[in-house]
Ligand binder design. Structure first.
Ligand code: CP
Ligand code: NVA
Length: 311
């Protein structure tokens, strides 16, 4: 079993491999029940506050629906409309919200401010995306891979594109559970070195292999899963023009995928830009699992919410 009751979920790096696998098993069970419209109410009366400093479709709706299906409820809190947006400190906000809520999910820019929120809150804090990490996405992605491939350990995942929040969380997720991971990014857009070093440790412990390269073909060669994300993340809009140039050779398309395994899975956390990081042909083709990934956000997060918020 797993004991993460009352804990924060800021990155998957804080979970043991076995805890991640147990969460996935619980997500599978919850998903079966959800699809049959069977809803137990393990979180009856619990209230999750959801602070958003960035846009969201999947995270916002899946967390809110998840809480409702589990018997609780969720509050959408626009960061700009909180006093936080007018300069009230993160520490004061944390102490106030801790008296009203049972948990906080936050999507914001700086990961440090999420750590600060968690430090000062008496209730669990869940990371719904920062500039550095997107752990709930990576958890749903592992669930999707497990459903599609029947296993995790030993699979090879290639991520092509920006060494961003999604890339970091995938590196952690894969190296924790023993999946090989290869990241191909242009020079200057490699994943963060400190996070990479931590993942090298996880890889040593799980027997996974991790490669960071600037060559997409090297990453894709006989890969089971090909993953990409937008070239310009939320908050980087001013760099868009430069990034379009720098990432030209990093598009996931038919030609690149010739090097992948025949039964490769294509993944993307969404939202996507067809014609930029991936062609329409690939993301809308029969290898694509992007909508299963989006759907699995609900089930993976419900498993997480139950384990963290239960009595
Ligand atoms: N993948 C993801 O987190 O989507 P949203 O930005 O819509 O929440
Ligand atoms: N890397 C993207 C992910 C969006 C879900 C961003 O941060 O905007």
């Amino acid at each position: 079993n797993i004991d993460i009751k009352g804990k924060d979920m800021l990155t998957l790096a804080d979970l043991e491999p076995q805890e991640i696998l147990t969460l996935l098993e619980k997500a599978v069970v919850l998903k079966e029940k959800t699809l049959k419209k069977q809803f137990d109410q393990p979180l009856k009366g619990k209230i999750l506050g959801m602070i958003f400093d960035k846009s969201s479709t999947r995270t916002r709706v899946s967390f809110e629906v998840g809480m409702i299906q589990l018997g609780g409820s969720a509050l959408y809190l626009n960061g700009n409309e909180l006093q936080l947006g007018r300069g009230e400190s993160v520490a004061d906000t944390a102490q106030v919200l801790s008296q009203y809520l049972d948990g906080i999910m936050i999507r914001t820019f700086s990961h440090k401010s999420v750590e600060e929120l968690a430090d000062h809150a008496d209730i669990p804090v869940i990371n719904g995306l920062t500039d550095w990490y997107h752990p709930c996405q990576a958890l749903a992605d592992l669930l999707t891979i497990y459903e599609k491939k029947g296993t995790l350990k030993g699979l090879k995942l290639a991520y092509i594109g920006d060494g961003n929040n999604v890339a970091h969380s995938l590196m952690i997720a894969c190296t924790k559970v023993g999946m090989d991971v290869r990241i191909a990014s242009p020079k200057g857009y490699f994943p963060d070195e400190t996070i990479t070093a931590r993942c090298e440790d996880f890889a040593r412990q799980s027997g996974a292999n991790m490669v960071i390269t600037e060559y997409p073909l090297e990453a894709v060669d006989s890969a089971d899963i090909i993953y990409t994300d937008v070239w310009t993340s939320m908050g980087q809009e001013l760099e868009n023009e430069q990034r379009l140039k720098d990432f030209q050779k990093y598009q996931v398309n038919e030609a690149l995928l010739k090097a992948a395994n025949e039964d490769y899975l294509f993944m993307h956390c969404l939202p996507a830009h067809r014609g930029e990081e991936v062609t329409a042909e690939i993301i809308d083709g029969h290898h694509s699992a992007v909508f299963e990934q989006a759907g699995n956000r609900l089930h993976a997060q419900k498993a997480l919410l139950v384990e963290i918020l239960k009595d």
